[in-house]
Design a protein around this ligand. Structure first.
Ligand SMILES: C[S@@+](CC[C@H](N)C(=O)[O-])C[C@H]1O[C@@H](n2cnc3c(N)ncnc32)[C@H](O)[C@@H]1O
Length: 282
């Protein structure tokens, strides 16, 4: 039995990894503007030390490493060795020797020397953590007094079309689970008040907020769109409970609703991201 469970877990891990690899280049390209804006707001300069929480495939850690140059240093941490391996391969391909990609829990940063980073970043990461206030408290500890934390979050579900469109179409044939705000997930920090409140608990004062709208998916292949949304939707949409027939009709509607204006153009999906900068204090 234990063997079967392990095999199932392994299967799940492999299929997730295959999806990350399949869409990696597309996602990196389309979401670059979010990382670049985060690094501008962090005011990076050569020689600086940067900590990137929940770096995944190395965003924005790897871009930060280019900004701080050989005299600077970037530490990117994530729970997932599989994603970190992809980040390490990318760092090597880009000739970087000033970035360390380490498997670690962002909720346990107390072993880092206090005040040892000029900037902390977290792109689409804090909302998935079990206890993000612990991570924020650790980030505050690791930040130098003049440093800044820059983080990116999805905005309210209705402004995140790559979530709200499939959810709205699914709601015609199925009970879509309501979005849960107080628990780990895409929309935990969908409203600004909850961000400011948790940052304040960690001794961080928000001094800048802005929004950026980005396309996060594009492809001319129907199958790509369906695979990408299914990967996203496994948890939030409760697809497992839907009959085969209903799944097929939902897919047909998704394809119809995302049909490009001109034949041959890609289908695109995007959403609004809120970028926050905070500083020790408050
Ligand atoms: C949506 S991905 C974002 C990855 C990357 N920052 C990006 O923008 O492409 C969320 C990441 O959070 C990581 N994560 C979740 N909880 C974490 C924790 N407690 N410590 C470190 N990483 C965590 C996951 O492993 C995952 O890689």
């Amino acid at each position: 039995m234990a063997q079967r469970v392990n095999n199932e877990e392994e299967q799940r891990r492999l299929s997730h990894e295959a999806l990350w690899r399949r869409f990696d280049a597309m996602e990196l390209r389309l979401t670059a503007a979010v990382s670049e804006r985060m690094l501008e707001l962090a005011n990076l300069a050569p020689g600086m030390r940067v900590l990137d929480l929940a770096t995944g495939r190395g965003e924005p850690a790897i871009r930060a490493a280019h900004c701080v140059g050989e005299t600077g240093h970037v530490l990117g941490i994530d729970l997932s060795e599989e994603l970190l391996d992809m980040a390490r391969a990318r760092a090597a391909a880009e000739g970087l020797s000033n970035v360390e990609l380490r498997a670690a829990n962002a909720e346990k940063l107390e072993s880092l020397p206090p005040g040892s980073f000029d900037a902390v970043t977290a792109r689409w990461g804090l909302m998935y953590m079990t206890d993000p206030v612990l991570a924020l408290t650790g980030a505050r500890w690791a930040l130098s007094p003049a440093g800044a934390l820059v983080a990116a979050f999805h905005a309210e579900p209705e402004r995140v079309a790559f979530y709200s469109l499939p959810a709205r179409l699914l709601a015609r044939v199925h009970d879509v689970p309501a979005v849960e705000y107080g628990v780990p997930g895409m929309f935990r920090y969908a409203n600004l008040e909850s961000i400011e409140a948790d940052f304040a608990k960690a001794g961080l004062a928000v001094d800048h907020v802005e929004e950026i709208e980005t396309v996060v998916f594009e492809s001319t292949e129907d199958e790509d769109l369906l695979a990408w949304i299914r990967a996203l939707g496994k948890q939030p949409f409760g697809l497992a409970d839907l009959s085969e027939a209903k799944q097929r009709s939902w897919e047909a509607e998704l394809l119809a609703e995302t049909r490009p204006a001109r034949p041959g153009e890609p289908r695109r999906l995007g959403g609004v991201t809120r970028i926050i900068r905070a500083r020790p204090g408050g």
